[in-house]
Design a protein around this ligand. Structure first.
Ligand code: 13P
Length: 256
């Protein structure tokens, strides 16, 4: 296995469909001072689309970076209600989530569509965060590795290994999202190791450097053990990113 680069740990807060202008301001006024002295951690927040402009201004004096939760893969045109990668860049986004399981399950996003979004995000200069993960039923019948591999493979076929590893991979077991049920550090590490080995088959150097985050009920109590696993390079945080005390604790636990 190639020697791994020592990246900063990456923590991404996915606010999902939560917040309003007043609450966003309060949350960030509590978060930003506490996050300013973190060592070895990069922090990103992904507010809902209507608040990107508000949040980019609030983040301006800080070291926290803006991300979006979704994009359309096309550049412009008659796509009512959609947002292009170029628009997100124009608003100050550096990261964008693609293929979150909530979008796969409730908005019909299939692997090829996710791959097109990944390519569009990279093409516009953003870092796509590719979410993969199995349902509880799939885990029960030992399909975790095949599900994750086929989700990754769709993006690999579209963009190749160099581009895939310019993005970030987030392993989010569907059964652990918003349920309070976290994968144990050992369960999460096993899947992360599988992902790393699969990447290694494509290109050992790229695999060693590729960042793989864990998401699914990460909180102040379980973060440190998860982040200390050798193939877990950070976290994608839902519920706990909406509470300043919890999110600060998760970010502190991520310090190397
Ligand atoms: P929770 O942390 O609320 O389980 O959500 C995880 C998630 O879906 C982040 O994208």
């Amino acid at each position: 296995m190639a020697k791994r680069l020592t990246h900063n740990t990456l923590i991404i807060g996915n606010w999902k469909m939560n917040g309003d202008t007043a609450r966003n301001e309060v949350l960030l006024s509590e978060l930003l001072p506490a996050l300013s002295n973190l060592k070895g951690v990069d922090v990103v927040v992904c507010p809902p689309l209507p608040y990107l402009s508000q949040v980019v201004h609030l983040l301006a004096p800080s070291n926290v970076v803006l991300g979006a939760q979704n994009l359309n893969h096309q550049t412009a045109g008659a796509h009512t209600g959609e947002t292009s990668a170029g628009m997100l860049v124009d608003l100050g986004c550096h990261y964008v989530l693609v293929g979150h399981s909530e979008r796969r399950a409730f908005h019909g996003e299939h692997d090829e569509w996710v791959a097109a979004k990944f390519a569009a995000a990279l093409g516009a200069g953003m870092v796509p965060v590719l979410c993969v993960g199995e349902t509880f039923a799939q885990r029960q019948v030992h399909e975790t590795e095949s599900v994750v591999t086929s989700q990754l493979n769709a993006v690999l076929q579209r963009v190749g290994i160099d581009q895939l590893c310019r993005g970030v991979i987030a392993y989010e077991p569907v059964w652990a999202i918003g349920t309070g049920e976290t994968a144990s550090p050992e369960q999460a590490q096993a899947v992360h190791q599988h992902i790393r080995q699969w990447l290694t088959l494509q290109n050992a150097k790229q695999a060693a450097d590729c960042r793989i985050l864990y998401g699914g009920s990460v909180n102040a109590r379980n973060a440190e053990k998860l982040f200390s696993q050798p193939d877990i390079d950070g976290g994608l945080i839902g519920g706990a990113s909406l509470d300043a005390t919890s999110f600060i604790a998760v970010c502190v636990a991520a310090q190397r």
